[in-house]
Design a protein around this ligand. Sequence first.
Ligand code: NAD
Ligand code: WQD
Length: 348
Amino acid sequence: MKTILVTGGAGYIGSHTCVRLLESGYDVIIMDSLANSHSLVMDRLAAITGREPLFVETDLRDTEILNGVFAHIPIDAVIHFCGLKAVGESVARPLDYYEVNVGSTLALCRAMQEHGVRDLVFSSSATVYGAAEEMPIPETAPLGEVTNPYGRTKLMIEQIFSDLHASSPDWNLVMLRYFNPVGAHPCGLIGEDPLDTPNNLFPYITQVAAGRLPELSVYGGDYPTPDGTGVRDYIHVMDLAEGHLRALEHLDAKPGFDVFNLGTGRGCSVLEAVRTFEAVNGVPVPHRITARRPGDVAVCYADAGKARQVLGWEARLGIEDMVRDAWNWQCGNPNGYRGVMVPMDWRK
Ligand code: NAD
Ligand code: WQD
């Protein structure tokens, strides 16, 4: 079985992907600085899968450690999750975002080049489409109208990989453009664990429902959408994880450079997400419509046809599964990985 290096594998999407990799028999090496994650994830991965990843705690830009890993372990492919991801923070700290996201990618590419590893899957984002005019958004939609440094790092990195493939066609590179990943593993042992007050809708909803935050501000009630609130393509993180396994298989089946949207292809409004959360979990989510958030688009959802046709992948889980699993994770881990785990039968 293959050995996969997972950069950022202790993080939200990385940890869920590691579960599916370990369960599928892959050997997994995680390299993560824990800048936005916790080492407890390793225990949780072992508890869920009965197998342990090899964990190297390091900044990916530490080239000595990076080259040491490639020199000592025969790596077949890399899934590159590591990076900083907060849009607002990227506006305030652009240099950090360019340094970490672009810098870690360049360090990784150099090490892969030196050690003859040519297969990689990259975490890109629907943010590269900016304010797309076409809905649903196909992979062929124009790129470039991105309004923040975070998004620009994703565009730059995709470009770096494209140039790399043009210069050396033996590189096999898949860019996965995620829409809005939410939810958690259904067992409630791993999930999204924001260090500060969440920026994203789902962790905000769960923290309001748990009483950690007083109410949800619904950013804008006057968008040209059926209920006036913003529409997004929320995708369950377990479906997303599965997409990475299909992408790894695609590297073997059809080598080259390719790009795929990972979304459900279905739009869901903020109010729909809130109401589904309340109905499925039986918990109120106090909320109030406020002003629009600067930089938000009204509607964003994927054309998921290419991933279905070429990767044989499609999202199986719906918004009910997403709100149920997000709440299950929140209830079991009220303070994320930094607090006490509440066993299932102790919950109210
Ligand atoms: P995350 O912050 O939970 O995971 C990223 C991981 O990278 C963290 O564990 C962090 O500690 C690690 N990391 C950061 N800088 C590092 C460095 N210099 N060296 C080593 N490790 C480092 O984020 P996530 O939500 O799991 O996102 C994973 C990837 O997917 C990111 O590249 C993100 O941009 C991309 N993405 C995320 C979303 C989303 O909404 N979550 C959407 C689209 C794309
Ligand atoms: C979703 C909807 C908000 C919070 C971001 C990044 C994107 C990608 C995914 C990385 C919008 C509304 C939110 C709140 C609200 N990440 N909302 N109240 O903005 O679609 O995408 O995460 O690549 O690049 O931009 O996700 O979860 O922040 O917002 O009403 O407290 O929820 O206005 O309509 P977004 P989000």
